[in-house]
Design a protein around this ligand. Structure first.
Ligand SMILES: [Zn+2]
Length: 172
């Protein structure tokens, strides 16, 4: 039986998980658009599926640390961190993951949360309700690599209206 093994996107190389998600020129363009080229290269360098999964979990942990550092460096004292990863929320709100492989980073993150803010909350939200995060991510993807945007006082309308509609959906 003849099976077409060429990548349906580029029609140049055989499709396998590595090619489709990390190496195809269309996949690469997506990683670049999301400003995740550095992470893509780390995944390309992985030698097993186990290593890839471990790498992905580390990205989440590192982003959580960056968000905490960013809020602290911006002088925020009362913060709410929102994530769609329930295990990340559990890791930051309990000792459940302290002895796990990434326990060191969770303990460091909790120490930073405790010492950097007067008040903080970590809440988890399911992805399909996370339209604010998606719009913010889209906004971020349209910016130059390394650039950042911080709103003091006046929050853009698209954020306010989305937060309001999510709040209404959740019965808040
Ligand atoms: Zn391809």
């Amino acid at each position: 039986m003849d099976i077409d093994t060429l990548c349906p996107c580029c029609r140049r190389l055989d499709e396998d998980g590595d090619h489709l998600f990390l190496k195809c020129k269309f996949a690469k363009a997506c990683w670049r658009a999301a400003i995740l080229e550095e992470q893509r290269l780390k995944l390309v360098a992985c030698s097993s599926a186990h290593e890839v999964m471990d790498c992905i979990f580390q990205f989440g942990d590192q982003m959580a640390m960056q968000a905490i550092q960013f809020a602290r460096d911006a002088g925020k004292s009362r913060v709410i961190f929102e994530t769609d990863a329930t295990n990340l929320k559990d890791a930051l709100c309990s000792n459940a993951y302290d002895l796990s492989q990434h326990g060191t980073i969770f303990r460091k993150a909790k120490y930073m949360l405790f010492t950097s803010f007067i008040e903080y909350k970590v809440i988890s939200r399911v992805r399909e309700c996370n339209s604010v995060a998606h719009k913010l991510a889209g906004q971020g993807a349209s910016m130059e690599p390394g650039a950042h945007m911080l709103w003091h006082g006046t929050i853009p309308d698209f954020v306010l209206s989305d937060v309001a509609s999510e709040y209404a959906v959740l019965g808040g």
